[in-house]
Design a protein around this ligand. Structure first.
Ligand code: WT7
Length: 633
């Protein structure tokens, strides 16, 4: 594409221009996509309501841009290269032509189920080609996808289905992960049993073939309705600001919220950032190890790569099956050129030992990426030395579910790197640091809360069915700014280093978990009176979950109670939210107004009790001594 940046100097001039003439800048990029009808205005925005519209009045379909547009030029090239969980099974290659046909068939099947423009469709699926196919099928007919990571509980699934009143769920029978087959259809059945009145149909992909219970009223096998459909389906013309998808994410308060992205801006942003950050070249094999259940999979397994006509490798399994060399075996087998993963995976594989990296030919690798949490120096250097053999740039990409695509990152091979720094904003991105009273901190060598002062095309438009919440969470903290929830440092070169969340959100293995959500789940246990959850540094996960719980009376058997508590959290949220440490306490440190002093609890969980500060103003200072003495770390 001609929006490709080729040097650091070019980046600097493009950046300057993008800030001075943002509308012209993004219009020039957007023009390189296919539009049925051009937009009437490039950008209308204000951050008070907030109200942001990119390419208003423009009509497009993202799947036309991901598929149809490539058929003449690269119809026979591989769009999706699927590597199964079990390395003894064959990989699957879907060319652009084949993917196009599969998407059309599935789109027709969805239509036959009565699904159309604006309907919400929930996904609870393994990492199989049909997931990408069905996601694109929704986008083709204007249905809004809401993908739920298949590790969430039935309760979490039901909450998400109900929040956006999804009409259908698409799932598999079982998911194959490592040496386990996980009953996914069963979880969907349980969610529906909890109560999902909006669900009319459950489309089930037979994947492992293990037996499932069947509800003839709602359930339909994929193989009964998809393969016999016609292989063409006209894309529905979508307004640039029509919803493309909802993706639920956790915050510091209440239930997860449905982040909404719209068709036009998201498309332009995912396409532009994919090519430039990874410096993708025609013919490259690109592999992002994320799950499509998270935003990384949406933007950088499906949409970003396909918009650029790339080959996107999709891996069903886990990094440690059959052994800790699996990632590197796959890189060798498929001659991967661009590899994008999370620090938690790097740390886990680093801990497994260097021997797993040594017997694989990694010479095809050209670019490495990192995403999801701050990457520590040790992991950065291991990645650089053992995987990149000191010849592959590492792009540490900072972004969020709400940003749609990468905002701060090096451009691979162009931006001079500094380990642990996400470095510089992408063109069109205007970050700033703000102090506690909301004043922008100018100059370099400073630290503050990371905000954005100007919209980019991929910015969140609303939180589903609750615009107030969107305003409250992101646009009300600081006037006229989008607040990220992260703290950051800007060094003497103007480079950004992300420090981590400044709100009550824990980043566990690159996954966002709200402390309030975990507390609510813990409080469901009949013996629990009150709880407080904080994060603490964890060697592999980045952050672990530390729970302080007050019980109703004595606990007969502590290990049994703790097991039950973990089961409760698993049942309500899912295994990813299980506390790593549970400390039973008789009270929680509170201010005179009854607020839990999380700062103190965080310090104790970190094992740093030397600087708890003045505790004498607490309502119950004596409890601090008790908590310190009983600390698990
Ligand atoms: C939060 C967003 C972005 C897709 C995956 C996570 C943290 C993300 C980085 C990075 C430091 C990072 C931030 C952010 N984060 N990438 N490169 N360096 N921190 O998406 O679940 O929406 O979480 O992840 O704290 O706010 P998410």
């Amino acid at each position: 594409m001609s929006y490709r940046i080729h040097s650091f100097e070019e980046y600097q001039s493009v950046y300057k221009n993008s800030v001075e003439n943002p509308e012209q800048f993004w219009a020039d990029i957007a023009k390189q996509f296919h539009w049925y009808k051009p937009w009437e205005s490039v950008l209308e925005w204000e951050f008070k309501t907030p109200s942001v519209a990119w390419f208003k009045g423009g009509k497009t379909n993202i799947t036309y841009n991901c598929l149809d547009r490539h058929l003449k030029t690269r119809g026979d090239e591989v769009a999706i290269l699927w590597e199964p969980n079990n390395p003894e099974n064959d990989a699957i290659r879907l060319t652009y032509q084949q993917l196009y046909e599969e998407v059309c068939r599935t789109a027709n099947a969805l239509k036959s189920l009565g699904i159309g423009k604006g309907d919400r469709v929930c996904f609870y699926m393994p990492m199989v080609p049909e997931l990408a196919i069905a996601v694109l099928a929704c986008a083709r007919i204007g249905a809004i996808h809401s993908i739920v990571f298949a590790g969430f509980s039935a309760q979490s699934l039901a909450d998400r289905i109900n929040d956006s009143a999804c009409k259908a769920v698409i799932c598999s029978d079982f998911n194959a992960r490592g040496n386990k087959n996980i009953p996914v259809k069963k979880v969907v059945d349980e969610a529906i049993a909890i109560g999902c009145p909006s669900i009319e149909k459950v489309l089930v992909l037979q994947h492992t073939g293990d037996p499932v219970t069947w509800n003839a009223e709602t359930d339909i096998w994929w193989h009964d309705i998809v393969p016999n459909q016609p292989a063409t389906c006209e894309p529905t013309e979508m307004d640039a600001e029509d919803m493309l998808f909802i993706l639920y994410t956790s915050g510091s308060t209440g239930k997860p919220k449905g982040v909404v992205h719209t068709v036009g801006g998201y498309m332009v942003y995912a396409g532009y950032t994919f090519e430039n950050v990874f410096q993708y070249n025609e013919g490259d094999i690109y592999w992002c190890t994320a799950d499509v259940g998270w935003i990384t999979g949406h933007s950088y397994i499906i949409y970003g790569p396909l918009l650029n006509g790339a080959t996107s490798l999709m891996f069903e399994g886990v990094p440690t099956f059959p052994d800790a060399g699996r990632f590197w075996e796959i890189c060798e087998k498929h001659k991967v050129n661009i590899f994008y993963t999370a620090p938690t995976a790097i740390r886990a594989l680093m801990a497994a030992g260097d021997q797993w990296t040594e017997n694989h030919d990694l010479s095809s690798l050209r670019v490495l990426g990192s995403v999801g949490e701050p990457i520590n120096a040790e992991a950065w250097h291991w990645y650089d030395e053992k995987i990149g053999k000191c010849r592959c740039p590492i792009v540490d990409t900072w972004w969020q579910t709400e940003t749609g695509g990468i905002l701060i990152s090096p451009l691979a091979g162009l931006t001079p790197l500094k380990p642990t720094f996400a470095t510089l904003p992408l063109p069109g991105v205007q970050p700033c640091l703000v102090d506690a009273s909301g004043n922008e901190i100018e100059g370099n060598d400073v630290e503050g809360m990371l905000c954005m002062k100007f919209p980019w095309p991929g910015i969140i438009r609303t939180t589903y069915d609750d615009h107030q919440r969107c305003k409250q969470t992101y646009f009300a903290t600081f006037e006229n700014k989008y607040f990220t929830g992260d703290g950051a440092r800007r060094d003497s070169d103007g480079y950004y280093r992300i420090i981590g969340r400044v709100d009550d959100v824990i980043n566990v293995s690159g996954h966002r978990i709200g402390t309030a959500e975990v507390e609510n789940a813990i409080n469901e246990h009949p013996l629990v009176v009150e709880s407080a959850v904080v994060g603490f540094p964890h060697e592999i996960k980045g952050q672990g979950i530390y729970a302080y719980v007050i019980l109703d009376g004595m606990v007969p058997d502590e290990p049994t109670f703790k097991k039950e508590l973990l089961a409760t959290v698993t049942r309500i949220i899912g295994p990813i939210a299980k506390p790593d440490e549970i400390q039973i306490v008789s009270g929680l440190p509170k201010t005179r107004s009854g607020k839990i002093m999380r700062r103190i609890l965080r310090k104790i969980a970190e094992g740093d009790t030397s600087s708890l500060g003045d505790t004498s103003t607490l309502l119950n200072p004596e409890v601090v001594v008790e908590i310190k003495d009983g600390a698990k770390r």
